[in-house]
Design a binder for this molecule. Structure first.
Ligand code: IPD
Ligand code: CA
Ligand code: CA
Ligand code: CA
Length: 268
C-alpha cells in the first residue's frame, strides 16, 4: 500500500473510523463540562475527544505501519524510521464541534519524503469525506471536484479564519475591515480544512488566513490543489503558517495583491 492511492485508502479508513467515534460520543459533551481544557489562550479549547480521536488515529496507523512518523496537533511528533510521515488534526474546528455546529473535520495527510501524496478530510457531521491523491484529482464521494473559475474580486465569496491569540486577532480584524468592502462577502466557517475543501468544491471562491498550522491544511491543501486551486503564501513564500491563501489562478493573484499591503509583516 505504498502508492498514493494505497496511502489514501488507509488514511480514509482511519479518518472514517475516527469520525464515527466522534459522532457517537459528541452528544454527551457540553460547553460547560469537565471534558474541556484551554491551551494557549482562553479561546483555545481542547476536549477529551480531540485527544481520543488522535489516539485512535495513532494506534491505527502504527498497527499497520509501525515505522512511520506521525505529527499531530495534540500529541506532537512521534519518531519513526521510514520516509513516511502522517500529519493529523484529530478535530479541525474544535469550537464548532463543542457547540454542535457541523463544520468540523478529521484531517489526515500522508507525506512521503516531505511531500503530501494523499489527504482526507472527513467532515463527519456533514456526511462528507473529501479525498485527494497526488495527480489523481480531488473527490467528494464519487464526484470529481473543480474549484470555481476566477471571478473579479468584487464578486468573490471569501472564507477566512482567526487565530486564538488576542493580539493576532486585533490585526486580523484590521485586515478584515479592509477586505470586506472589496469582496462579495466573507464567511468564517470555523475549520481551515473544511474552508479549503469548500474552495475545492466551489462553495466559496477563496480562502485566506494568517497563522494556521501545518496539520490544519496539510490534507485539505492537496484537495484544493487537485481541484485546480492555487495555494500559497504572500510574495511567493510557501504557505507555512505565515499567510495561507487559496483560490483559482487569477483570483489568487487579485486577492494576493489586496492582502500584501495589509500584511503586518511586510517590512519584516
Ligand atoms: C482551528 C480552525 C479554525 C482556524 C484556526 C485553527 P482547531 O483549528 O481551523 O478555523 O481559524 O486558526 O487553529 O484548533 O479547531 O483544530
Ligand atoms: Ca486546536
Ligand atoms: Ca486545526
Ligand atoms: Ca484540532
Amino acid at each position: 500500500a505504498t502508492t498514493p492511492a494505497g496511502f489514501l485508502r488507509l488514511a480514509e479508513d482511519i479518518a472514517r473510523e475516527a469520525g464515527d467515534m466522534l459522532l457517537a460520543k459528541r452528544p454527551a459533551m457540553s460547553t460547560r463540562s469537565a471534558d474541556i481544557q484551554t491551551k494557549s489562550s482562553p479561546t483555545d479549547v481542547v476536549t477529551v475527544l480531540d485527544r481520543a480521536s488522535e489516539q485512535l488515529i495513532r494506534e491505527r496507523i502504527l498497527a499497520v505501519r509501525p515505522g512511520d512518523r506521525i505529527l499531530g496537533e495534540e500529541e506532537g511528533d512521534h519518531p519513526g524510521e521510514t520516509d513516511v510521515r502522517w500529519v493529523v488534526d484529530p478535530i479541525d474546528g474544535t469550537v464548532n464541534f463543542l457547540y454542535g455546529l457541523s463544520d468540523w473535520a478529521v484531517s489526515i495527510a500522508v507525506e512521503v519524503r516531505g511531500r503530501v501524496v494523499a489527504g482526507v478530510v472527513n467532515a463527519a457531521a456533514r456526511g462528507e469525506v473529501f479525498t485527494a491523491a497526488v495527480g489523481e484529482g480531488a473527490w467528494l464521494g464519487g464526484e470529481r471536484l473543480r474549484c470555481n473559475p476566477a471571478v473579479p474580486l468584487g464578486q468573490a465569496l471569501v472564507a477566512t479564519g482567526f487565530g486564538y491569540d488576542a493580539a493576532r486577532r486585533a490585526v486580523q480584524a484590521e485586515v478584515l475591515t479592509a477586505v470586506l468592502p472589496r469582496v462579495r462577502d466573507i464567511r468564517r466557517g470555523g475549520s481551515c480544512a473544511v474552508d479549503l475543501c469548500s474552495v475545492a468544491c466551489g462553495r466559496v471562491d477563496a480562502y485566506y488566513e494568517r497563522g494556521v498550522n501545518y496539520w490544519d491544511y496539510a490534507a485539505a491543501g492537496l484537495v484544493a490543489a487537485e481541484a485546480g486551486a492555487r495555494i500559497g503564501g504572500l510574495n511567493g513564500r510557501p504557505y507555512n503558517g505565515d499567510l495561507t491563501l487559496c483560490a483559482a489562478p487569477g483570483l489568487f493573484e487579485d486577492l494576493h495583491d489586496l492582502l500584501v499591503p495589509l500584511d503586518p509583516e511586510r517590512d519584516a
